[in-house]
Structure formats: structure tokens, C-alpha cells
Design a protein around this ligand. Structure first.
Ligand code: ADP
Ligand code: MG
Length: 245
């Protein structure tokens, strides 16, 4: 079942065509990697899908609903999640408090977080934390966590909104190879278990080839190749862009 349909999507900054008329589809239960050299237009594409940037042209439909023109919050409400970085303010809260806040926010009940002895959504938060392998660290302040564990908490926070589509712009940036693989293996498991779709970018080709179901390759705002990891590996255009031919 096709969840997201992107057609003729474009965005310019001044004279620069950051994204120049791209098409792609995303199905539920699928991991699509959007790859390409720096400046190819990956982040611009992500930001148009989540509504942070307004597209100049084209369409982005989720289950038939046009997303272009909707506010980021409306798009988030429709089930487009992304991994927000835990802000400074929230890093003094514990791991589970951050997830509880996200759950309350999803239910429009954020005000009750500060009620006395708030145990709201604790069980549900623990369940989400166990899905990202962080249940043991539930009561530690986020400020004490290793970087890769913060990324896991951010993923649990994103899941609290019950996304249908999760956007992950360089989710493993700054991680060691083992942590990258752990993060992507966990993401893959969540995609399968929850039937959500993930659009992600990633610099390590090994990780992309190991975890993506399909790959779309951007270069200078245009899609130059699209297909399974095997077909992309053999693609002449991609080899030129990445390895100079
Ligand atoms: P990627 O994420 O693939 O590295 P980006 O989407 O960030 O690429 O950038 C694509 C192009 O658009 C680049 O040439 C970049 O300099 C330009 N660009 C991105 N954001 C802006 C902006 N806010 N203002 C001006 N130019 C931008
Ligand atoms: Mg980027």
C-alpha cells in the first residue's frame, strides 16, 4: 500500500535549484534511503515533507492528502514523525520523563505532566523505551547519556506520536560503525513490527546497502537513480557520482 506519493517536487533558494522536480513513492513497512553527495537536496526534501519548508512546486500526498501548504504541526498530526533533537531544556529531565511528555503531547494532555505525582503514561513510556533498548536507563537524566543512547531516546519520542511515516535525516551521524548498525537494525525491526515507513539519509554506503529496501539517489537536486540496493550498486550514474566512474 502506497503511503507517500511525491511528484514533481521542487524548491529553489535564490538561483539555486536545491530540489529540481523529483518523484518517489513510499510504502508502509518499507525503508527508503535518500542518498547523494553534500548539497544534493536531501535535507531540503525532508523539510518539505515535514512542512518546515514550503515547496515551490509539485505535490506530496500522504494517503491521498496533500501536505504542501499544511503547517508542520498539522503534518505531524497526520502521522509524519521525525527525530527532534532533545533540546537543552529537556536534557535535565530523565529518559522516561521525556517520553512521557511526548506521549502526553500526542494526547494533547501536556498540562497534566506537572500535576503532582504524575505517573501518566509511565507504562506506555516504558514499553516504548524497551523497543529502543533503553528501559534500563529510564530514570537517568538525558544529560548523562552517551550520544548514541540520546539518539535512541529521540526515536522513542518520535514513536510516541504513532507516526505512519518517520523521517530520519542522518540518524547515525557522529556514531561509530557498531552503533550505526545497531541503530539501523533497531529501526528496521520497528518498521517491520509497526508497519511504518521510514525515509532516511545516511553517509555510510555499507549501512545503506545493508538496511534500505529501496534507494533513491539525488545529485544536484535531481533523482539520478532509483531501485533496490543490488541495482543501485551496479548503476553507472551512481558509480560516477560516488566514485568518479
Ligand atoms: P543535502 O542535505 O543533500 O546536503 P541540502 O538540501 O541541505 O542538501 O542543500 C541543497 C542545496 O540547497 C545546497 O546547494 C544548499 O546550499 C542549498 N540550500 C539549502 N538550504 C538553503 C537555505 N536555507 N538557503 C539557501 N540555500 C540553501
Ligand atoms: Mg543534509
Amino acid at each position: 500500500m502506497t503511503l507517500l506519493t511525491v511528484r514533481g517536487l521542487g524548491k529553489s533558494f535564490g538561483g539555486v535549484k536545491a530540489v529540481d522536480g523529483i518523484d518517489f513513492d513510499l510504502k508502509a513497512g518499507e525503508l527508503l534511503a535518500l542518498i547523494g553527495p553534500n548539497g544534493a537536496g536531501k535535507s531540503t526534501t525532508f523539510n518539505m515533507v515535514n512542512g518546515q519548508l514550503k515547496a515551490d512546486r509539485g505535490s506530496i500526498k500522504m494517503n491521498g492528502t496533500e501536505l504542501i501548504g499544511l503547517a508542520p504541526r498539522a503534518i505531524w498530526r497526520l502521522g509524519v514523525g521525525r527525530c527532534f533533537q532533545i533540546a537543552e531544556t529537556f536534557s535535565s529531565l530523565t529518559v522516561i520523563e521525556n517520553v512521557q511528555m511526548a506521549l502526553l503531547s500526542h494526547d494533547n494532555q501536556l498540562f497534566s505532566f506537572f500535576k503532582p505525582a504524575s505517573s501518566h503514561a509511565r507504562d506506555k513510556a516504558l514499553e516504548l523505551l524497551s523497543q529502543v533498548g533503553m528501559q534500563e536507563q529510564a530514570d537517568r537524566p538525558c544529560s548523562e547519556l552517551a550520544y548514541s543512547d540520546v539518539k535512541r531516546v529521540e526515536l522513542a519520542i518520535a514513536l510516541a506520536n504513532e507516526p505512519k511515516l518517520l523521517l530520519m535525516d542522518e540518524p547515525t551521524a557522529g556514531m561509530a560503525p557498531k552503533e550505526r548498525n545497531d541503530m539501523m537494525a533497531m529501526t528496521k525491526r520497528l518498521v517491520i513490527e509497526r508497519g511504518i515507513a521510514v525515509l532516511f539519509t545516511e553517509h555510510s554506503m555499507d549501512v545503506v546497502f545493508a538496511y534500505a529496501d529501496r534507494i533513491s539517489v539525488l545529485a544536484r537536486g535531481r533523482l539520478i537513480a532509483h531501485g533496490t540496493p543490488d541495482s543501485i550498486r551496479e548503476d553507472r550514474n551512481v558509480q560516477e557520482v560516488y566514485f568518479g566512474g
